[in-house]
Design a protein around this ligand. Structure first.
Ligand SMILES: C[S@@+](CC[C@H](N)C(=O)[O-])C[C@H]1O[C@@H](n2cnc3c(N)ncnc32)[C@H](O)[C@@H]1O
Length: 361
């Protein structure tokens, strides 16, 4: 068992492959990728089980931008249709004792067709795995998670991930409800970003009612909607029209200004969010300026992806942020993710922890 199985959005297999190759080579581990276009799946083959396990323990999962989920596993093909449970159990005998079973598919149309089978097989499989002491009867959070990923009715990848370094979500996908009164579907991106980037036990304090926020490129107001919903007061910057119901909330001030020139009058902004469609290097430069000058405590922004070299573009821009913040002595946390609701963009979260006073005084 020497393969790292990675789930991603269909069409982003090369980016997920480049990413795992990058991190593995940084840790001095070699391997090769097997993937197919639009399969939403990448398999990174290492030369030994120990090396593969080392990688999924050592590479922080939160650093994997294009991966929704991963596990260490192996492929079981051509299973007899009348005994798929037996075939899977046989391979799983060598696994550590797991605390949860997830029977999953890839996020593709072919994958959707297999979801009925996943549901049907889950119970008998769980029982058989419990019987051979590969799976605990009660779900336990701090044990490894056992994954069975169906890629055809007779073929699975089967393996496990570590609960301290994986996505806690089934298929790595959040289930968010689209609010009917939201002005645009992209509202779900910011909802997901808060969920992804701010730990649940810190959300009440960090994403709180009464806070002040700025939304650059706000129209028609999908992101502002999420800020207003959380009780914040928002300065919405855009030349376009804002949703009237949001304006009627009394929590939004609309400024028809250039988002690249706008700066707040006071350094009292808790959240800056930015969804302007612009070159990633230009947005990066703007975000560095906000961070270094202490204009906002936390920033969430999108980097639109180019057609080619998407992985390189994202990593170069993140590196530039790290380099410049380091140069100015700013203390920060930086994360990025190709969210489920993102398409041709990734979402970045920058938490500014400390800015030396002499930078802006
Ligand atoms: C993808 S839309 C934002 C959607 C918004 N986040 C929502 O959820 O409804 C991008 C917006 O950025 C605005 N925009 C682009 N360049 C801008 C600039 N330089 N200054 C202000 N707004 C800009 C556009 O007018 C457009 O409304």
């Amino acid at each position: 068992m020497s393969c790292i199985v990675i789930y991603c959005r269909a069409g982003f297999e090369n980016d997920a492959a480049a990413e795992i190759t990058h991190h593995a080579s940084n840790l001095g581990v070699g391997g090769y990728v097997k993937t197919k276009p639009n399969s939403a799946l990448v398999a990174y083959h290492c030369y030994s089980h120990d090396e593969a396990e080392y990688l999924i323990k050592k590479i922080p999962f939160k650093d994997m931008i294009f991966a929704r989920q991963w596990f260490i596993g192996t492929q079981v093909a051509k299973m007899p249709i009348d005994d798929r449970v037996g075939s899977i159990c046989e391979v799983a005998k060598s696994f550590p004792l797991c605390g949860e079973l997830r029977v999953e598919t890839c996020d593709t149309n072919e994958g959707k067709e297999l979801s009925k089978l996943c549901k049907k097989i889950s119970n008998p499989l769980a029982k058989a795995l419990e019987g051979q002491e590969t799976l605990l009867r009660q779900q336990v959070k701090n044990r490894p998670t056992l994954h069975v990923l169906f890629i055809a009715s007779d073929t699975v990848y089967v393996g496990y991930s570590f609960s301290f370094n994986n996505s806690p979500l089934y298929m790595g996908i959040p289930r968010l409800r689209y609010p009917k009164d939201a002005p645009s579907r992209s509202t779900l991106k910011l909802d997901e970003a808060f969920m992804m980037f701010v730990p649940e036990d810190e959300r009440e304090e960090r994403v709180a009612s009464g806070m002040k926020a700025v939304d650059l490129g706000a129209c028609p107001g999908g992101w502002t909607y999420q800020l207003v919903r959380r009780g914040m007061f928002v300065q919405a910057i855009d030349n376009g029209p804002m949703d009237q119901a949001l304006m009627d909330s009394g929590q939004v001030k609309h400024y028809r200004e250039d988002g690249f020139k706008f700066r707040p009058e006071r350094r009292n902004i808790s959240w800056l969010v930015c969804d302007m469609v612009e070159k990633p290097s230009r947005v990066t430069e703007l975000m560095i300026d906000w961070a270094v000058n202490g204009f906002a405590k936390e920033l969430i922004f999108n980097l639109k992806l180019p057609m080619k070299k998407r992985f390189d573009t994202v990593y170069e821009n993140l590196q530039r942020i790290r380099d410049e913040l380091h140069e100015y002595g700013v203390k920060y946390n930086l994360q990025a993710k190709h969210l489920y609701h993102d398409r041709e963009e990734v979402t970045v979260h920058l938490q500014v922890l400390r800015v030396p006073q002499n930078v802006f005084s």
